[in-house]
Design a protein around this ligand. Structure first.
Ligand code: BTN
Length: 246
């Protein structure tokens, strides 16, 4: 599979670069930058992108218009997990698409769609803390690969390995039952899982709830005390509950 990597020392945002240029670029073009001046996270948040981290975006140009954009996020998050698992690290996908190791966020994914009814493209932006320092205000929530393994990495080499993992999962999608396999791989690494009891924080109040249904944009949970069904969003799920309430 031919993958072209466009690399930059500094760029505003690798997602924005692909958004501006997707029409002239091929399927599976990757934009990689050593730093981003306007890195973006989900929910319109800024994404701090200093030197030492891996900041890149992949352009997918599916033949089918209106393809399921969430599938591309799942492909990428499973690919990232496989990369970490290959290093003997257990990575968990915190719903919907944050990658956690040792209960701290190591990578985030921002998927966007561009185009119209006649042609569309999907841009999956991936940010991974590799050699970069984590700002002290985030040190209880985020972690870098260097902090975990006490090694410094060559970013270019790592990028190629990660892309290899992602492309292997991507290639499954065209096989019979391939999409179901990808969803299964994603669910296996997902927190929370259906049926699990978790803690959620809604409007500053903590509840213990049971996960009923994991949907694309929210999770349906049951408050067993009040017997009420609630919708929760990603920021409301407390990750800590993993072992304690299983
Ligand atoms: C999140 O967890 O909020 C998603 C973070 C995504 C960050 C990456 S870094 C490369 C790409 N370019 C961006 O501007 N954002 C994504």
């Amino acid at each position: 599979m031919n993958l072209e990597i466009l690399s930059y020392d500094s760029i505003d945002s690798t997602n924005d670069f692909l958004k501006r240029n997707w029409k002239r670029l091929n399927n599976l073009t990757v934009c990689w930058a050593l730093t981003q001046t306007k890195g973006r996270g989900r929910n319109a948040r800024n994404w701090f992108s200093p030197e030492g981290g891996l900041w890149f975006s992949i352009l997918f140009k599916p033949r089918k218009v209106f393809s399921d954009i969430n599938l591309y996020t799942k492909i990428s998050s499973v690919g990232l997990c496989r990369f970490f698992e290959n290093m003997n690290l257990e990575a968990i996908i915190k719903w919907p698409n944050d990658i956690y190791i040792n209960k701290k966020k190591i990578a985030g994914i921002l998927t966007e769609i561009v185009g119209n009814e006649s042609s569309t493209a999907i841009i999956v932006g991936i940010g991974i803390n590799i050699n970069n320092d984590i700002p002290s205000e985030l040190s209880n929530k985020a972690i870098s690969l260097r902090q975990i393994t006490h090694r410094k990495y060559k970013l270019h080499r790592l990028l190629k390995r990660i892309l290899g993992h992602i492309i292997r999962i991507y290639n499954l999608r065209s096989k019979q039952t391939g999409v179901a396999t990808i969803v299964k791989m994603w669910k296996r690494r997902l927190f929370p899982k259906e049926g699990m009891k978790i803690r959620v924080l809604i409007n500053d109040k903590e509840f213990v709830v049971r996960v009923l249904n994991i949907l694309e944009d929210h999770i349906e949970v049951l408050n067993e005390e009040t017997e009420k069904i609630l919708k929760v969003r990603s920021g409301e799920i407390i990750f800590d509950s993993l072992e304690s309430l299983r």
